[in-house]
Design a protein around this ligand. Structure first.
Ligand SMILES: O=P(O)(O)OC[C@H]1O[C@](O)(CO)[C@@H](O)[C@@H]1O
Length: 539
């Protein structure tokens, strides 16, 4: 503990010192900087050299990782110990992408036989739906899937589908998450129940939004196909097998997973069965292989060359060392446009905690806000603030080196924007430069005095670049596993349990209390604002 406190103090001191200098100058002062801060892992190239740390800062960050015993925690996770202590569970999403002959135990019990058995059932189901061997109630093959789920049962599969979907898919995969009936209506309006397979995805099979949408989908099927017919169009993915049976899903259409897979880490499991069907099993397997490659790297690489560790430490350096309370993730890739939404759950649900597993307050700030959308679009939206706003927001910019998709010449334009933004964030543009340009254009001194500061870019805004060789199932898997392990490392260093989510409970309980009050109009005991709103919004 004393070591850890001292390591935190060293990090904070080093960050303060680094913060007095300009990032761009570190390249001049540290000849080995690029070499030390770039690495190639599982088809990803990472460049952390434009980050805010200098050599001493990086060293202090690595010392902190050692002092927090990241390596010990990593061994406990892969060893299947109950590191999700508030729920007494192991954390083994990594087993879902491990080879069938790996030796993995959850709380001492081997898991791979079960994992492989479910994988084989998923594969057989995916192939049978694609080939038309499994048909709908009226004998027609399935041409569409309606995937119903929310949070971890939605965000990962949605992103995975965006990444893997063929340009002209054989199966039209659609998602419904929200308990806003508009989403259900808009999504199903042009779907034909006779040709649609409905997959209800819920770890608990109790989530209000999912159960409401599942009920609506079942009614939509029953109307077209009758009770018995509807059941032939249902499949369920859950850890709660008793509840799926009660909903009417035939046993052979139920795909399980395990309590050692957190919702936000579940896209490697049967939760993504809809994608495995619609994109094909081979693509899904490639995704698993990519995740496993990143696992191997995370398990074996020394901390100073360990991609998830370095990305986590850059975040900690910014967040705790330099008090930067937000981070923006911008994929220069339309297929990855929902990455920030996925990371919001992964990082903010995992690490948005203010007490540790011992119930004591966290000693340092934990998860920051993460936001973002696709580049270049965001350049025409919030990048003004990123370049010239009063707060510095660290960025992660993600690109794809090679792509043959779409019209010729576009990809180079996309990449030029990615590189230009990263350079502009760091280098900025000096007032002298602006003044010289305005003078050359004949602008008056009076005008220059007001214009030049407005056109100056302070720069010195840190970014990490992640470049995928190509966007393949494998590199996409590696990217997601990179972020999972980054999130884990941060949780270890912040001293919190990254694998529970008690903070989502209160709102759920209160919504269940307010629902009957909205229906009856009889508001219970609430604060004056809520009571007035219930009166106003009641049925
Ligand atoms: O898969 P389920 O059990 O429906 O839960 C959906 C999501 O809801 C949460 O519990 C949060 O509300 C997430 O952790 C989870 O991914």
């Amino acid at each position: 503990m004393a070591d850890l406190d001292a390591a935190w103090t060293r990090l904070e001191t080093a960050a303060k010192a680094a913060g007095q200098q300009r990032i761009v100058d570190f390249f001049r002062d540290e000849p080995g900087r690029l070499e030390a801060l770039t690495l190639d892992v599982a088809g990803l190239h990472l460049d952390l050299s434009k980050q805010a740390w200098d050599e001493a800062g990086l060293e202090a960050a690595l010392d902190l990782a050692h002092a927090a015993d990241v390596e010990g925690a990593r061994a406990k996770m892969f060893g299947g110990e109950a590191i999700n202590s508030s729920e007494g569970r192991a954390v083994l999403h990594t087993a879902l992408r491990a080879p069938a002959d790996a030796e993995v135990k959850a709380l001492g019990q081997p898991v791979m036989a079960e994992v492989e058995a479910v994988r084989q059932r998923m594969k057989a189901f995916a192939e049978a739906v694609r080939s038309g061997a499994i048909k709908g109630a009226t004998g027609k093959p399935f041409k569409a899937i309606l995937h119903i789920g929310i949070g971890g049962s939605d965000l990962g599969p949605r992103l995975l589908w965006d990444a893997l979907r063929p340009v002209k898919p054989q199966i039209d995969l659609r998602f419904v998450a929200n308990v806003d009936g508009a989403e259900f209506a808009l999504t199903t309006a042009d779907m034909d129940p006779e040709e649609t397979l409905v997959m209800v995805v819920s770890k608990t099979f109790t989530t209000q939004e999912t159960m409401a949408n599942a009920g609506a989908a079942r009614a939509w099927l029953v109307e077209a196909l009758g009770e018995q017919g509807a059941n032939q169009h249902l499949a369920a993915i859950s850890t709660a097998l008793d509840k799926t049976a009660a909903f009417g899903v035939p046993d052979e259409r139920v795909f399980g997973f395990w309590d050692w897979v957190g919702g936000r880490y579940s896209l490697w499991s049967s939760v993504s069965l809809s994608v495995a069907v619609a994109a094909g099993w081979e693509a899904f397997e490639g995704f698993l292989r990519g995740g496993a490659a990143m696992d191997e790297h995370f398990k074996t690489a020394p901390l100073e060359k360990n991609a998830p560790v370095l990305v986590a430490l850059a975040q900690i350096f910014n967040r705790n060392g330099l008090d930067r309370r937000a981070r923006s993730v911008v994929p220069y890739s339309h297929r990855l446009r929902r990455l920030a939404s996925f990371l919001q759950q992964l990082e903010m649900e995992s690490n948005g905690k203010s007490v540790g597993p011992d119930g004591k307050p966290a000693q340092r700030g934990t998860a920051t806000v993460v936001f973002g959308d696709e580049g270049t679009n965001v350049q025409h939206a919030y990048f003004q603030c990123m370049h010239q706003g009063t707060d510095v927001t660290p960025m992660e910019l993600i690109g794809v080196a090679k792509s043959d998709e779409g019209p010729a010449g576009m990809h180079e334009k996309l990449l030029s924007n990615l590189l230009a933004q990263a350079e502009a964030f760091m280098v900025g543009r000096s007032t002298e430069d602006v003044v010289a340009e305005l003078k050359a254009k004949g602008v008056s001194d009076a005008e220059i005095a007001t214009l030049a500061p407005q056109r100056t870019f302070a720069g010195d805004r840190p970014s990490t670049l992640v470049v995928l060789d190509r966007l393949t199932p494998e590199t996409f898997g590696a990217l997601i596993a990179l972020y999972e392990h980054k999130t884990f490392v941060e949780g270890v260093i912040w001293g919190i349990n990254s694998f529970d989510q008690w903070g989502v409970e209160l709102g759920k309980v209160m919504a269940n209390r307010i629902l009957p009050e909205l229906e009856s109009g009889a508001a219970g005991d609430h604060d004056p604002s809520t009571a007035a709103l219930i009166q106003r919004l009641k049925k």
